[in-house]
Design a binder for this molecule. Structure first.
Ligand code: FEO
Length: 394
């Protein structure tokens, strides 16, 4: 998009990737994404904050066609969707210095081949005056790499946050117009890449909130001109509070596990527990990750393949283990033809989840009345601990 003013002397340059559907060959992007850069012009110097993905670097460079001088290029995060176009920018503006956190120096040199002589590392809290505007660098590690930082312009009370508070949305909206849509996209993004670092993100939230800002300008998705909305959302997501919710991913091969899943969903719902069920053969893994942000319980259902769980269940369990959601309780159910070690193997896949297993139900062949009674008992155990923990719905 053509540069658009968000404050006098500050322009947003969104390079919108409408058709992108997968990030890192892993994360679904149902709504595409944008790579946002920002131009900050002072009386004496001009800075560019972040750039764009290499896939659209030609388009991005076109957005800079009217810029005649850059003194600084700020790389807030070395991942290529923001930094990939930086070598071209440095080529076009040979006078520009590349500013980054001390940990990013090595990453930018090794990932992009930027000559070290062009790089100016800055410490946490360091400032660069531009003349009437100041760049103040705020280290915010693990949102979501170790080197990530934000940039604050105190004269405009504007925080540039890169991935932090971002949302994968391809949109022409400069500011948040559809709050529900942005909330969902931002929550999905938080779940996919930041959830494992809840503790440090809590500290980062406190750190940036102390600065005081009227505008949050992330490097994905629209700008927040009413930033309390997204700050409050993050506070809720990182808080220890869990909800009266069960995430129930499953796979079925011949219908037995599906019948068990349906019984369990119904038994939980009848007891007032909200269930997010996912057939893993047709699941957007981002939605599964998002549902794990709030849930107290994970219950996994699997058929048996060569004595172990279905490979899609391996993947989902491994993913949950990596994302380290709040989860307090777990359950496992499934079916098998002649023999199964699925329960032991699934349990072994989730060592990083600090969960109490409330029950397991493993059925040989087609589920019977006794199987359904065991599933009802599992649902009752879940509902009971959720009640004891005063978990709320919604
Ligand atoms: Fe948007 Fe971590 O890159």
């Amino acid at each position: 998009m053509h540069p658009r003013e968000i404050r006098p002397g500050i322009q947003a340059i969104a390079t919108v990737h409408w058709e992108r559907r997968l990030f890192d060959s892993l994360i679904p992007l149902p709504d595409g994404t944008s790579y946002n850069a920002y131009l900050v012009r002072g009386d004496q110097a001009t800075a560019l904050i972040d750039a764009a993905d290499p896939a659209l670097q030609g388009e991005f460079m076109g957005h800079l066609r009217d810029v005649d001088r850059l003194d600084y290029v700020v790389s807030q995060h070395s991942e290529q969707d923001h930094s990939g176009a930086i070598p071209l920018v440095l080529q076009r503006f040979p006078e520009a210095k590349l500013v980054c956190s001390t940990k990013a120096r090595d990453l930018l040199a090794t990932h992009l081949g930027v000559p070290e002589a062009r790089i100016v590392p800055v410490e946490d809290g360091q400032t660069i005056p531009l003349g009437g505007k100041t760049l103040q660098f705020v280290y915010t590690p693990w949102v979501h790499w170790p080197e990530t930082m934000c940039t604050y312009v105190p004269e405009d009370r504007c925080l540039f946050s890169c991935d932090f508070f971002g949302s994968h949305l391809a949109t022409t909206d400069l500011y948040v117009m559809d709050r529900a849509r942005v909330y969902e996209a931002a929550k999905r993004y938080y779940a996919e890449i930041m959830m494992p670092f809840r503790g440090v993100i809590t500290r980062n939230l406190e750190k940036v909130s102390a600065l005081g800002f009227d505008l949050i300008a992330p490097s994905h998705g629209p700008v927040y001109d009413k930033p309390v909305f997204i700050v409050d959302a993050y506070k809720e997501w990182v808080s220890p509070t869990m909800k009266n919710e069960v995430v129930l991913p499953y796979v079925s091969m011949h219908g037995s596990t599906e019948a068990m899943a349906r019984r369990l969903v119904d038994a939980l719902a009848r007891r007032g527990v909200t269930v997010h069920a996912f057939d893993l053969t047709a699941t957007d893994i981002g939605k599964l990750a998002m549902s794990l942000v709030d849930a107290a319980t994970l219950i996994v259902g699997t058929p048996t393949v060569h004595v172990g769980p279905h490979p899609a269940v391996f993947y989902a369990a491994h993913l949950a283990n990596l994302l380290r959601p709040k989860l307090k309780y777990a359950g496992i159910f499934g079916s098998y033809g002649w023999s199964s070690k699925a329960i032991e193997q699934i349990t072994g896949l989730i060592p990083r989840l600090d969960v109490k297993v409330l029950g397991t139900v493993l059925q040989k062949g087609v589920p019977t009345a006794e199987t359904f009674a065991q599933l009802d008992a599992l649902a009752e155990a879940v509902a009971t601990v959720h009640r004891q923990d005063d978990l709320v719905t919604g």
